[in-house]
Design a protein around this ligand. Structure first.
Ligand SMILES: [Zn+2]
Length: 345
């Protein structure tokens, strides 16, 4: 045995000697091959978990996260994702996430194989709780610098973890049910495209008021905003707001303004701006009209909880601070003076 051991040791050292005695070019090739194999193994180790998330929401209570302007692939996006995971694990009631556009900075994605899918979506939201839910997404202006159709194709082909939802660039989705009515009907708009082309969808979604208890619309660009760079959008006030008013849409969610805001105005939808998912924060102007209920110039996200009777809107920007929570009843929201509806907590 000792002889065998000694023989093996001798062979090992001889192999080491012959290896380092390689011609320099051979040695460089060996190092390069080792690095390539190492990178392949590392890439492979960053696996994404394939699952088919449930899209059948039958509960009488539905909760979701909403955030936009997240696709930076930086530490800020990961910090917000970590907070989402913590809240998801703590609350155990979140059904899905709504991404409000600018999913991939700075030039969108080139194709369904773009590495940004891994870095700015799959691996960023890959913790155990977030891994179990679908992500419904809207298209932002940065997504249009690249190939927006690739984001639709990634959804249609159920690629990656099969969580990405964008059946087309604008679409409708129902969530939950109560007394034979849909709890939330959500229309996700493509505000980069002309709104008149999407009016037929809005009309189909909301023309029968009895279909759904809560009527929500979402898009990347703001209708109303107090952001210093992107204020009210006259184009959307002219083209989109009248139809949202006509069908008494309860809430319009958007990003683009890189901050968090809650705005209420008489006879208009409630405006939830959640554009602080990763991109650089922008300032918010002072409000002299009394319609800006909440403002935060910090990274974070929004959690919406819907029951048949009320909505709870939570702004979350730190796990150390208390969440800012607004509860608004359905009856009050349908009334004249909505500003009085907002009970904190
Ligand atoms: Zn934007």
């Amino acid at each position: 045995m000792n002889f065998l051991f000694a023989e093996r040791t001798r062979k090992f050292w001889r192999w080491i000697y012959t290896t380092i005695s390689l011609h320099p070019k051979q040695l460089v090739a060996l190092v390069l091959i080792t690095v390539c194999i190492g990178m392949l193994l590392w890439r492979h180790s960053r696996t994404i978990h394939v699952l088919v998330a449930p899209d059948s929401f039958q509960d009488a209570e539905i909760s979701f996260f909403a955030l936009g302007d997240q696709g930076r692939g930086n530490h800020r996006q990961r910090k917000v994702a970590d907070m989402m995971e913590a809240v998801c694990q703590q609350d155990r009631d979140v059904n899905f996430t709504l991404l409000l556009g600018d999913n991939f900075y700075g030039n969108g994605v080139r194709s369904v194989d773009d590495p940004k899918w891994l870095d700015q979506f799959e691996l960023t939201y890959n913790a155990p709780c977030l891994r179990g839910m679908p992500f419904y997404a809207a298209l932002g202006n940065h997504d249009y610098i690249g190939n927006p159709q690739a984001q639709v194709a990634y959804s249609q082909k159920r690629l990656g973890s099969a969580r990405w939802r964008m059946p087309s660039s604008f679409y409708m989705q129902d969530f939950g049910s109560f007394n034979n009515r849909i709890l939330i009907r959500l229309v996700v708009l493509d505000t980069n495209q002309p709104i008149p082309e999407q009016l037929e969808l809005i009309q189909r979604a909301f023309k029968n008021p009895e279909d759904s208890i809560w009527k929500m619309a979402a898009g990347h660009h703001q209708i109303r905003s107090f952001s210093s760079k992107y204020g009210d959008s006259q184009q959307l006030i002219d083209n989109l707001l009248p139809v949202l008013r006509k069908y008494r849409v309860d809430m319009y969610l958007c990003g683009h303004s890189h901050n968090l805001q809650l705005i209420t105005r008489a006879a208009e939808p409630l405006y939830v701006i959640s554009g602080a998912g990763g991109a650089r924060i922008r300032k918010i102007k002072n409000d002299t009209t009394g319609s800006l209920i909440y403002r935060a110039e910090q990274h974070g996200f929004v959690k919406i909880e819907a029951t048949p009777d009320d909505l709870r809107i939570q702004f979350i920007k730190s796990l150390k601070e208390e969440r800012q929570i607004y509860t608004v009843t359905r009856a009050c929201l349908r009334g004249v003076n909505k500003a009085k509806c907002f009970n904190e907590g």
